[in-house]
Design a protein around this ligand. Sequence first.
Ligand SMILES: [Zn+2]
Length: 296
Amino acid sequence: MAMKLRVGQPQDRPRWQKILRTIGLVLVSVLLILAADAAVRVHRAADGIPVLNYHQINNQDVNSLTVRTDQFEAQMKYLADNGYHAITPEDLVDAWENGTELPDKPVIITFDDGYIDNYKNAYPILQKYNLKATIFLISDFIGTYPNYMTWDEALEMQQSGLIDFEGHTLSHPELSKLSDEDLKHQLEDSKAAIEYRLQKKVSFLAYPCGDYTQRVQNAAKDAGYRAAFTVHLGYAEKDAPRYKLDRVPIFGDNTHTFERFKYRMKFAPAWVPYDDLKKTVTQSDYSFFARFIVSP
Ligand SMILES: [Zn+2]
């Protein structure tokens, strides 16, 4: 018996080696195809602009919308040290529509909602690195709730020339669920409120919760916005529908380390399919498997 086994082993080994080699070749081929696909997507999006999307910047809240202040500073320092130029949505759409020139390595820094910590924590850092940013305001919440900035704080930031304010509706509803009348009210009256309070033209919209349909996009256009932003991962691209511009969400699970930020910002187009798949699986009955889908 022992003799037979010993004789059998050397004959088995080449068969296993063959199977392992085949598995290895298949894996390497799949990885090469995925890498090539990612490279093509990054190349195609070469003219796209990263529109970073933040919410809260502080060290107290442990929720998926919050980036720690030191992490935010490291991210802004990286932009400043690496020749990025922060522009506004207006600069971008002017360049697309009128051909005005953009600086090298343009990036748009946005914050949704209008939290008080944008004023207390983010604004000093933006001043330190001389970076422009856009804050999309929920106009009814400004000066109403303690965790939101006041109109005076918004005005002070606007007067610095660094901070631009745009629209994020009156009260943050899911726009796709509203009647035509309520939709118009949310879009038009919040725009008018910010224009009255800050004495500036409001031309851009961020959809609350990234919720939009074709009807919502049409309503945004009718309300007088020039363009609107989603929370779907990707670069804002000239060829994209103007009321469906992608951003690079820097939120999700409160672990926005510097490396994650860099991978998302620099290679967003490469991660889009994985991010979409992860979102789909997360919302399905098989959410457990979402943790195995790699997307920074
Ligand atoms: Zn929001």
